[in-house]
Write a protein that binds this ligand. Structure first.
Ligand SMILES: [Zn+2]
Ligand SMILES: [Zn+2]
Length: 268
């Protein structure tokens, strides 16, 4: 009996640890990549934020560990017991389900995120759980997974729960995870990478990019959505698009201050 238990526990644990390492590596590569791009496009944007960035990286690494646990165990269970609704043969379902499943997954993830996010803005919960994420003021590309462990847990269960209940092709799941990762990073990086014609156009009325989430970090009481503005519009919590100018002004002031000859004397 004991031996049987060990033969299940250790491979499951190994899979969870491996998945945590993959999530951590994915975070370092994606956030690091976009932080580098930020340096190229807006050289001073993160000036004076070293302390905040260190804290963002610390919380994010802890999040990587927590995200990896359910995901790794699920991957092991899929391989061993067929726990999930993942499929590898594209012909198993109709062709339209390939893009259809991506949209359904994103819409359900967005719904879960919107309502748990609004709940986390209730004052008592906010102080204990969500304040860590809002300590990123202004946010940077490193803030993508900067969450308190309780907040991370609310996010870590949603994709595994969907994978266990709604069929999805592994390729379609890869698309969902890529969108999730890239948008999580770019929505926080402090500038808009998508063209104005998209952000200010008809599609931008319904899609969330950095311009929308920036305002959430500025005002703390609007724009709760993740991918789509649907719930924000329906529940009248949509505050429109934010401006990156305050962040740029702050960066210019810090950079100017750093070059001031009296800087060290004033700091002392
Ligand atoms: Zn929030
Ligand atoms: Zn945020």
């Amino acid at each position: 009996m004991m031996e049987w238990g060990n033969s299940l526990i250790w491979p499951a644990l190994a899979s969870a640890v491996a998945m945590s390492a993959i999530v951590a590596a994915r975070y370092v590569l994606t956030s690091g990549g976009f932080a580098w791009l930020t340096r190229v496009r807006h050289p001073q944007l993160y000036a004076g934020l070293d302390h905040q960035i260190r804290s963002e990286i610390g919380w994010s690494m802890a999040s990587a560990l927590l995200y990896g646990l359910p995901a790794g165990i699920l991957l092991w269970g899929w391989d061993r017991f067929g726990w999930t609704r993942l499929y590898t043969d594209a012909a198993s379902y109709s062709w339209w389900w390939l893009p259809g499943s991506v949209i359904v997954y994103l819409a359900l993830h967005d719904t879960w995120f919107y309502w748990t996010h609004r709940w986390m803005h209730r004052p008592a919960i906010y102080r204990r759980v969500h304040a860590v994420h809002h300590a990123s003021h202004p946010p940077t590309a490193w803030a993508a997974m900067s969450f308190h462990p309780w907040e991370t847990l609310t996010g870590a269960v949603v994709i595994p729960a969907l994978i266990m209940t709604i069929p999805i092709h592994v390729g379609a799941l890869a698309v969902v995870l890529t969108i999730m990762t890239v948008m999580g990073v770019t929505n926080h990086m402090g500038w808009e990478m998508f063209p104005k014609v998209l952000v200010n156009g008809r599609a931008g009325n319904w899609l969330i990019t950095a311009s929308h989430h920036q305002l959430h970090h500025q005002r703390n009481k609007c724009n709760y959505g993740l991918y789509f503005r649907f719930w924000d519009r329906l529940c009248a919590t949509d505050g429109g698009l934010g401006s990156f100018e305050p962040q740029r002004r702050r960066a210019r002031a810090v950079a100017r201050d750093d070059r001031h000859p009296d800087r060290d004397r004033r700091a002392a």
